[in-house]
Design a protein around this ligand. Sequence first.
Ligand code: HEM
Ligand code: PLO
Length: 492
Amino acid sequence: DVKPPSRGSIPCLPRIPILGSLPWLGGGLPPHLLFSQLAHRYGSLFAFYLGPHYTVVVNNHQHAREVLLQRGRDFAGRPSMVTTNLLTRGGKDIAFSDYSPLWKLHRRLVHNSFTLFGEGTGRLQDIVLSSVDSLCVELLSGGRRGFDPSPAVTRAVTNVVCTLVFSATYRHGDAELQEVIRYNDGIVQTITRGGLVDIYPWMKVFPNKSLSKLKDCITVRDRLLTRKLEEHKASLSDGEPRDLLDALLKGQKSSQQGQKSSGLEDEGITDDHVLMTAAEAFGAGVETTSTTLLWILAYLLHHPEVQDRVQRELDENVGTERVVCMSDRGRLPYLDCVINEGMRIRPVSPVLIPHIAMTDSSIGGHAISRGTRVLVNMWSIHHNPQHWDKPDLFNPDRFLDDQGQRATPTCFLPFGAGPRVCVGESLARLELYLFLSSLLQRMSFRLPDEAPLPNLQGRLGVVLQPLPFKKRHANRKDRREEMTGREKTSFR
Ligand code: HEM
Ligand code: PLO
């Protein structure tokens, strides 16, 4: 059990035996809001006991930069949790696996495989554009009727990831695609929701509904992915990798050869690692991107003037006659700002993934003992009124400097930073850019008559998601329809 340092110690919530500070953590607020509130009372760096686990919460960006960047190595560990251990076969993935030489090798392999399909080649762009095309057709076919865009967006993003990971493209209504969406949804609802089980692992001996649902979903996932893996192994050739699974299998082979010659004793990258990585790329790729897109769409309904300005920028720099592509990105700075502002105001991962100190270290001059859990509250960093003028206002202009050039403030870290920075960042940015530019080039999002504006509070599951909302999709080619739409819709 980890003891906090006795001198110069960090303000700590009260605690009682066994429960730790849990009685002071209630009140029903989601963690990012609760921690922001507690930071007002205890200071931006404070601690509590999550059951037996001493946990430090970081709420300002200097401390966050220390934890993630300056002393990133010291804090690059991950705590072991019952639910994520089930999800990842005991940490054979990237995100939830503790720091180790094998994890480093594994992460590098994944990073290289992503680069292979990332911005370097046009492949990914083609995959995204084809999926976005079907999404546009689907949204526009809904006509004037207002409907919830979430299922169509999730389907489109899932399709991109399926193509990227194992070269499958599905048509609307495909049974396998439905299965993937269903199991993923089940995992999202139950992961780290085992609740107390993640604090007191011995509780797993008791029946737990959430945990058994998680197990069922994992079984479905594993059946599907094992089949894909076997198919890929059987048809693997010496040529270019077809997808992420191919790239991982090839990397696995060459790392095994490297290992023999360097005499490493580790078992190296096993089939389980390949499978867990594919599963994780899949889960991370779908949840984060679709959620961020939906948040931005919800904010565009609240701020039609922002939507108009993105469309003007598109009209002036791309026009309507050709498809928007990656090479247009430099000419669309305002769109970039809209994407950044969306990720600032509603970070999908508001407290990142828990970090753990791997050695004795320090934060802001306070000693931190090995084994301390560290939570970085990105929410409070992204909403700090000292660094952001009117932080609760959606204002993409804050990402432009005086000359109208893009500027990224140091207290903006939606992907984290350092050794544990998101490996999917460039992939995510590429997708967000292509999806939003293509959608807004072709259609305008409008509020249906009588419909309320989207709720911007969100709901925290494994990621911070918007609540369902409805919108209409007006084809921009049909200006008359758009005009009537504009006249009919009142936004304020
Ligand atoms: C980790 C954000 C998209 C894969 C993370 C972390 C954040 C994040 C905040 C945790 C950093 C930490 O714990 O310090 C985002 C956002 C995304 C996005 C905002 C999109 C808008 C993706 C995509 C993929 C991905 C598309 C993969 C296909 C991962 C992985 C990790 C990670 C594997 C774990 C890294 C590690 O622990 O070493 N992401 N992510 N993410 N992300 Fe993303
Ligand atoms: C989403 C559900 C999937 O079935 C499994 C999965 C894998 C990776 C997780 C992801 C889920 C949620 C979002 C996470 C991602 C790794 C990095 C990402 C936690 C649980 C973020 C935003 O940190």
